[in-house]
Design a protein around this ligand. Structure first.
Ligand code: S3P
Length: 170
């Protein structure tokens, strides 16, 4: 089956998927959507609340629903995703997958240097415990690489450089 012309940004929490998606929109004719935003919208709760009230398994079921909808209905769009979305079985049917890669330290540095660092940490339930988060990062890193069509290093690079790299490679 031929790929749809969506660009899917995957990678660990806080790596900058949303930021890169918004920058790509400015530099191209693409529009962008975000899987966590779509889930929050249909469920009318923040991701943090969904985790607290109904748990991770329920959240993953919403991601699955979202993935099926994207496959069926979305084209010519940059899709930024939650850090666990790469596990969706149909992800290759949605579009071209780009892994935004950074070391765990690089991600923490990026978050801590942002103006809203506190809220960035607070809204992500799986980042509450940094020891656990590092474990999760180490568990996922090979799978991110395996599932992606293209890996783009984002650590210590400015956003213009990253977007040029992506647009030159798709
Ligand atoms: C998750 C990442 C979050 C969000 C949820 C679970 C994960 O998205 O989907 O908290 O499993 O890595 P971000 O990657 O945008 O933080």
């Amino acid at each position: 089956m031929s790929k749809k012309d969506n660009i899917i940004l995957i990678g660990f929490m806080g790596v900058g998927k949303g930021t890169v998606a918004r920058a790509l929109v400015k530099e191209s004719s693409y529009f962008a959507i975000d899987t966590d935003d779509l889930i929050e919208s249909i469920d009318n709760r923040k991701v943090k609340k969904i985790f607290e009230e109904d748990g991770e398994v329920y959240f993953r079921s919403l991601e699955k629903k979202c993935a099926l909808w994207l496959e069926k209905n979305v084209n010519n769009t940059i899709i930024s995703t939650g850090g666990g979305f790469f596990k969706q079985n149909n992800i290759h049917k949605i579009g071209k997958i780009i892994y935004l890669e950074s070391s765990f330290e690089g991600i923490l540095e990026r978050i801590n240097n942002s103006v809203n660092a506190k809220s960035k940490l607070k809204k992500r339930p799986l980042l509450n415990d940094l020891k656990e988060a590092r474990k999760l990062y180490n568990q996922r890193i090979n799978d991110y690489r395996k599932v992606s069509d293209l890996t783009i290093c984002v650590e210590n690079r400015d956003i213009k450089d990253i977007t040029e790299d992506i647009l030159g490679n798709i």
